[in-house]
Write a protein that binds this ligand. Structure first.
Ligand SMILES: [Fe+2]
Ligand SMILES: [Fe+2]
Length: 209
């Protein structure tokens, strides 16, 4: 091999840590934008359905949880700037095409939410969002960067949201398919939690009022 070719190959080889950190930072930034859009959508629902106090409080809580995800990702971004571990590379990555798809989806939801909107449609959007990879990416990032206890806390918070979502659908919607979808999402997270070596596993939907 000529010297020129060797030099070219050496130049092309990426700095693993820097490249990995930059790639992960792009994922975090994209996830933050998606979380922010999800939070703003739930804020719209909070005012749209504000006449029923129970629904207003529910959508407010959903928005609040998205704001916490946004904050957790901001913390992750701060940590990434200071430290890098090879294990971070195993974090599930949101492919750019998927990010674009989710961004378009959220913008479409926002456009819908700016017009007349039924509560069933709002629930359907929430089920679709909560089942998207956005939440999975947040959970994976927290696991890689903040450890098992933070990860478990985030899964439990998501399960709480899904339990409440199912409860609200059951109470305010007549669509059995929506409820079944919300239940399947909750079961998926319960399975995720059970696959971890945890001691306490008290899970489930909020008690009926
Ligand atoms: Fe979220
Ligand atoms: Fe969420």
């Amino acid at each position: 091999m000529t010297e020129a070719k060797t030099t070219k190959r050496r130049r092309r080889r990426p700095d693993t840590a820097a490249a990995g950190r930059a790639r992960l930072r792009r994922v975090v930034d994209a996830a933050m934008e998606l979380e922010r859009l999800a939070m703003l959508l739930y804020c719209k629902f909070e005012s749209r359905f504000g006449a029923v106090e129970e629904l207003r409080a529910f959508w407010f809580e959903m928005a609040q949880h998205e704001s916490r995800h946004f904050g957790a990702l901001a913390l992750v971004a701060g940590l990434l700037d200071r430290s890098w571990k090879p294990g971070f590379q195993t974090v599930t990555l949101l492919a750019p095409a998927r990010v674009q798809h989710l961004r378009r989806l959220l913008r479409r939801f926002h456009a819908e939410a700016d017009k007349e909107l039924s509560i069933d449609r709002a629930f359907a959007m929430a089920v679709q969002l909560e089942g998207s990879e956005i939440e999975d990416v947040v959970l994976d990032l927290l696991h890689a960067l903040r450890g098992e206890s933070e990860h478990e806390r985030a899964i439990r918070a998501l399960m709480h949201d899904l339990g409440d979502l199912g409860y609200m659908i059951e109470k305010h919607s007549a669509d059995p398919e929506l409820l079944a979808r919300a239940d399947r999402l909750l079961e998926r997270q319960v399975g995720r939690l059970r696959s971890r070596p945890l001691k306490a596993r008290r899970v489930g939907r909020r008690p009926r009022k």
